[in-house]
Design a protein around this ligand. Structure first.
Ligand code: NAP
Length: 341
């Protein structure tokens, strides 16, 4: 039995696996229970089913997701029954709920030779779930939301996936996770290897410093200053600092940063070189290092689990307060008034 490292290391050598490198028969030979029929779970279940894999959805008692799965043509079972039936369990419910569901409804039915798969390394890497030694512990994280995973698959393409075998009880765990990735459509685009530690730290750091934390604070602060101190109309400012984020993000996504600079005007590029480093200076970098430390030490994970166990009071209060931030006015007005652009 081997496992990937407990702390992030320099990643696995760069290699991309395609469908031709993945043996789809491995996952087709499994009985797969996808636990949770939400953002990721529904897309995994439908793509696997359409790839010829025997799959059921595991849903909690009283969930309306059972009816949705059945309407999609996927058999739905209560979580524990699905886990008992399966020999590959994909745990695709929110990270903060996984430990309790695992202990109550999944662990009792995991036997030697079974496989347990995650969409994010959080619960295992930070020690909230300790799978038994006889099972393969796998990670298959598509790099995007479930609706893209499903829509791209339906169009004959897929989403890039990163995969890891944290615990290789069978000796074939990595081949199995490659096969699973191909089953959800990852091999049509490319599959790359990571570790639970690397995926977990990088994913949380990216979300917090750029995607959902840093970028959103940057946008909100820039909009407020432009409106309150610059005298610019709220909806004009909204275009310049919010909606046009997508245009630049698309260019970076498709071509990289250097090519993005070539696609914008020289005026925009000169301004970027002059002002960008003033905005993201040493203070911002120190805050990024602190965020990395917070994540690597497990402090962030502990705080999040404590907040979740308490019913998420601060989380819900912050969400409610930000809903009435002035920037949401032009967001709603533009959404209602303009044709989709
Ligand atoms: N969202 C993404 O873009 C994304 C991308 C890559 C990886 N991931 C990872 O994929 C995993 C699943 O994330 P997700 O965003 O797909 O989750 P999600 O959409 O929030 O999951 C919803 C599903 O989980 C069930 N669920 C919620 N709380 C539960 C609880 N306490 N007990 C039992 N079932 C519960 C829901 O049941 P009800 O309908 O009954 O509430 C529903 O079936 C996570 O590990 C996440 O980090 C997510």
């Amino acid at each position: 039995m081997t496992s990937d490292t407990a702390a992030p290391r320099a990643g696995a050598p760069f290699r991309v696996w395609a469908d031709a490198d993945c043996d789809l028969s491995l996952v087709r030979g499994r009985k797969v229970a996808v636990i949770g029929y939400g953002n990721q779970g529904r897309a995994h279940a439908l793509n696997l089913r359409d790839s010829g894999v025997e799959v059921v959805a595991g849903v909690r008692a009283g969930s309306d997701k059972a009816a949705q799965a059945e309407a999609d043509g996927v058999r739905a079972l209560p979580t524990a029954e699905a886990a008992r039936w399966a020999d590959l369990v994909a745990l695709l419910i929110p990270d903060e709920a996984q430990a309790d569901v695992f202990a109550a409804d999944i662990a009792p039915y995991l036997g030697d030779g079974d496989a347990l798969l995650f969409g994010h390394g959080f619960a295992v890497h930070f020690g909230f779930i300790a799978p038994p030694p006889g099972v393969d512990v796998l990670l298959c994280a598509p790099k995007g939301p479930g609706r893209w995973l499903r829509a791209n698959y339906e169009q004959g393409s897929g989403l890039a996936c990163i995969v890891a075998a944290h615990q290789d009880a069978s000796g074939t765990a990595f081949d199995l996770v490659l096969s699973y990735a191909a089953g959800i459509g990852g091999g049509r685009v490319g599959v790359m290897q990571t570790s639970f530690a690397e995926e977990c730290v990088a994913d949380l750091y990216g979300e917090q410093t750029v995607l959902c934390g840093g970028m959103v604070e940057l946008v909100r602060a820039a909009w407020s200053i432009l409106v309150e101190e610059g005298g610019v109309a709220p909806h004009m400012a909204y275009y310049d600092v919010v909606k046009e984020v997508k245009l630049i993000a698309d260019l970076m996504f498709e071509r990289g940063i250097a090519q993005m600079y070539e696609a914008i005007s020289d005026t925009a590029e000169f301004g970027a070189y002059r002002t960008g480093p003033r905005i993201i200076g040493e203070d911002a970098k120190a805050a990024m290092r602190a965020a990395l430390e917070d994540i690597r030490t497990g402090r962030f994970a502990e705080d999040w689990m404590e907040e979740a166990r308490a019913g998420k009071p601060n989380f819900h209060a912050t969400r409610a307060a930000l809903k009435s931030h002035p920037i949401e006015g032009p967001a709603a007005a533009l959404h209602d008034a303009l044709k989709r652009d």
